[in-house]
Write a protein of this length. Structure first.
Ligand code: NAP
Ligand code: MN
Length: 266
């Protein structure tokens, strides 16, 4: 089995990386940063988001696992004190995987330039630095509403506990193939009207965002922010690709939610 390690870059994470590298090579596992079967990310959820985007071109071949060196993570759900157990489990390949849905974003420009296609593990958000965002929102090809406000956040089920949650979105179990649209401070009065509730769309229900103004947009994809001028449309749907996480022990999603947001008891 070939593996790669990534670190948040702080001394604790780097130390764990060195330790795991030593042990795993002693177990005759091979380091391959180009074509790993397993990527072990050490740091936090942000570190795993970076690892995901580094290996995004081989999602069908690479599985991920996260060790957290800060507070409990959603993707980084192994604690440093469990390191030995994890090393033994990794060495005892093959491993089980669980697959989580991803979000596909296609950004089409007004001109002749080619479209950009991205995948997100957490979410895509559409904002602007120039006043309000004004967008026509279409669902399955039908006009749904004209949104005015700070922006929209379109998240995956596993990303529903991140930005989406701060916007009042629901937490969605990652076994559901869906995306969620959450509003950021929509303007609602007698003139402007939006639904106001987060919407959950199933697979194949495409959402199209069509700008109503000439402003440039700040489009975030997980931890990455890009600026776009002259956007014709932003298409969002459940991606056909999935992310694969190595599963060495049960740690149910709802327990992760409980331990992160309710209480880290027993
Ligand atoms: P960051 O500012 O360090 O991330 C914000 C927090 O979100 C961190 O505590 C991060 O955990 C946590 N997080 C990331 N993915 C999560 C998930 N799926 N479920 C629960 N918590 C999660 O920036 P970053 O580490 O590069 O992460 C980028 C993410 O930040 C974006 O994808 C977005 O979801 C989130 N974000 C949140 C808000 C908000 O809540 N108001 C605003 C902007 C962006 P770690 O500390 O373990 O990295
Ligand atoms: Mn972070």
């Amino acid at each position: 089995m070939k593996f790669a390690l990534t670190s948040k870059g702080d001394s604790v994470s780097d130390e764990i990386l060195a330790k795991m590298k030593n042990y795993l090579t002693e177990f005759n596992l091979v380091i391959d940063e180009e074509e790993p079967d397993l990527v072990i990310s050490i740091g936090g959820d942000g570190t795993l988001l970076e690892a995901f985007h580094t290996y995004i071109h081989r999602l069908d071949k690479t599985a991920f696992i996260g060790v957290h060196t800060g507070h409990l993570g959603f993707y980084a759900d192994w604690m440093p004190k469990e390191l030995e157990k994890l090393i033994i489990e990794v060495a005892r390949t093959p491993f089980q995987v669980v697959e989580y849905p991803l979000l596909e974003i296609t950004i089409r420009p007004k001109g002749d330039e080619p479209e950009d296609r991205f995948l997100a593990l957490n979410e895509c958000s559409v904002k602007t630095a120039e006043g309000s965002v004004v967008l026509d929102v279409e669902i399955k090809g039908e006009h749904f509403e004209t949104f005015r406000g700070d922006g929209l956040c379109i998240s995956t089920p596993s990303g529903s506990t991140a930005y989406n949650k701060a916007l009042g979105g629901a937490i969605i179990h990652p076994s559901l193939e869906a995306i969620q649209i959450a509003e950021m401070a929509s303007i609602n009065n007698r003139v402007f009207r939006t639904i106001g509730s987060p919407l959950i769309l199933p697979k194949h229900h495409t959402c199209m965002l069509k700008p109503k103004h000439e402003k440039s947009f700040l489009i975030t994809l997980d931890h990455i922010t890009r600026r776009y001028a002259d956007v014709k449309s932003i298409q969002c749907r459940v991606a056909k690709e999935k992310v694969r996480f190595a599963r060495f022990r049960p740690f149910p999603f709802w327990k992760r939610v409980h331990d992160s947001f309710v209480a880290d008891d027993e």
